[in-house]
Design a protein around this ligand. Structure first.
Ligand code: ADP
Length: 490
């Protein structure tokens, strides 16, 4: 059953009970009050009649010392006739509760007589066929006799009024409940609208539409629930997007990995097959073995790089406060032997948070890439010489690689700048992906597999940092990242 229907039903049950009890109590209260008034009137009337009887008995001739039954009948019949609208209902009984006079139509039994004595009045409400009466009984003290006067007062009107009251109340209750149901249906529908909107949003999301949001139409608890639901949906959508991106990246990685494996393996298998199935002269045999060796080496280098990436991904950050000077001294010493490149190191001395060995790996990769990009002919086909325009584009710094470290807003910035071939704008966002190479054949010829920058990105993630790439095709590139300065640096 729908929640709104439950709400309407429960409200109507409460309303029906409230109306029923209050109506019953109210009509009954009016009835009891009217009946009490009628009883009071009946008792007063019977007292007056008793007094009238006693007064009439005073006029009895003196010859009687005791009121005779014939006089009792005479007085009783007069009293009976004296009633409004002709005829009272009365009955007279003697000392022994023996009936002396009864009006026509007096149908009450003699049940009250035994309960009444000289000093008490008694009454009861009785039903005779379709009518109700107040039956009273009082004593009369007349001329040395104790008599009993019984009267019957018709109170059917009070009972009829009660029945009419109940019937009216029932009709009013039905009308109130019907209109109340219609009004409550509207109210319940309005109150449960946020629930319907939330249900719809849940269904849409369950069906795969993660962008669907529930409309917030109130500020009450249900409104807050809708807000919380939408916030949860946002978080869910973000996570799903991340997951999808991760799956896509993984698939891309697997595809590229398979491709990168295939190329050296095809060469190795091809040359090995040639060696075992043909009798080659010595020169060709050495050439084939050489191909197998270099491609094998390439595979080895690739698997080592992959291992580095996996280790970097799993590494917990064990950052330590380290001197930038030590890092630069290490790099300077390492590249001192590299005579074909003009590598210039400048840095501002300070302490930063890093895992020194990992940051060394990043910088060695970046400087290696800069060297490859700056190699003579890096931008040119073999045999060409550097045109004057391109020499001018590099500002006369062709072949120079600048490795700098300086404090900037937001941290300590280490940058590797070269004036080599540069990277086309469309490629800049892709080169961090594993196995991505701008110029595959050129990269492979230099033993590249497109894994160096992917490794750098993973290492920088551990340092809560990112690789920034600024590059212009033909003018060179600048790869930089930020490290957190330590408090001791101040
Ligand atoms: P690789 O092992 O091939 O060097 P990387 O991940 O280090 O792999 O680099 C990916 C690609 O990005 C390289 O193949 C190269 O095309 C390009 N690249 C990297 N650094 C530079 C640079 N300084 N100048 C120009 N191109 C670069």
């Amino acid at each position: 059953m729908k929640f709104s229907i439950k709400l309407v039903l429960s409200t109507m049950i409460v309303l029906a009970l409230a109306l029923g009890f209050s109506g019953f109590y109210f009509v009954n209260y009016v009835f009891e009050t009217s009946l009490d008034r009628e009883v009071g009137q009946a008792l007063d009337e019977s007292s007056i009649l008793s007094f009238a009887f006693e007064t009439a008995a005073l006029n009895v001739p003196l010859k009687y010392s005791v009121l005779p039954d014939s006089v009792v009948e005479e007085i009783a019949s007069k009293l009976e006739m004296g009633g409004q609208g002709g005829g009272r209902l009365l009955r007279i009984a003697g000392e022994e509760k023996n009936i002396l006079y009864t009006s026509g139509g007096f149908t009450a039994d003699e049940g009250l007589l035994p309960q009444t004595d000289q000093h008490t009045k008694s009454y009861r409400v009785i039903r005779e066929q379709e009518s109700y009466y107040v039956h009273t009984c009082v004593s009369i003290n007349a001329l040395n006799r104790i008599l009993y006067l019984e009267t019957m007062k018709d109170v059917t009107g009070v009972f009829t009024e009660r029945a009419m009251g109940f019937s009216l109340y029932r009709k009013v209750t039905v009308v109130i409940l019907l209109t109340g149901t219609v009004i409550m249906l509207f109210i319940a529908s309005f109150l449960t609208k946020p629930i319907r909107l939330l249900t719809r949003a849940t269904r849409e999301m369950a069906a795969g539409d993660y962008t669907y949001r529930a409309r917030q139409i109130s500020r009450d608890e249900l409104g807050q629930l809708t807000g919380d639901f939408n916030r949860m949906a946002n978080a869910l959508e973000d996570n799903i997007c991340k997951l999808e991106e991760e799956i896509e990246a993984r698939e891309e990685f697997m595809g590229a990995f398979a491709h990168e494996l295939k190329t050296p393996l095809t060469a190795i298998i091809g040359y090995a097959d040639m060696l075992r199935s043909h009798k080659l002269d010595e020169e060709k045999s050495i050439l084939s073995a050489n191909y197998i060796y270099t491609e094998g080496k390439r595979l080895e280098a690739m698997s080592l790089r992959l291992l580095d990436i996996i280790v970097a991904k799993q590494d917990e950050a064990k950052l330590q406060e380290t001197s930038v000077g030590e890092l630069f001294a290490y790099l300077q010493e390492m590249f001192a032997e590299k005579k074909d490149a003009d590598i210039r190191f400048t840095h501002e001395e300070t302490m930063v948070w890093m895992e020194a060995n990992l940051i060394k790996t990043v910088l060695v990769n970046l400087i290696d890439n800069a060297c490859k990009a700056s190699e003579p002919g890096g931008m040119l086909a073999a045999g060409e010489t550097e045109p004057a325009a391109e020499a001018a584009a590099s500002g006369g710094k062709a072949g120079v690689i600048e490795v700098t470290g300086q404090t900037v807003d937001g941290g300590y910035r280490i940058a590797v700048r070269d004036y080599g071939i540069g990277i086309p704008e469309a490629e800049q966002s892709k080169i961090i992906k594993a196995f991505y190479m701008v110029d595959k054949s050129r990269a492979r010829s230099k033993n590249g597999a497109g894994l160096g920058l992917a490794l750098c990105a993973e290492i920088l993630k551990i340092h809560h940092s990112k690789l920034q790439i600024e590059s212009k095709e033909g003018e060179g590139s600048c790869f930089s990242f930020l490290l957190a300065p330590s408090a001791r640096s101040n």
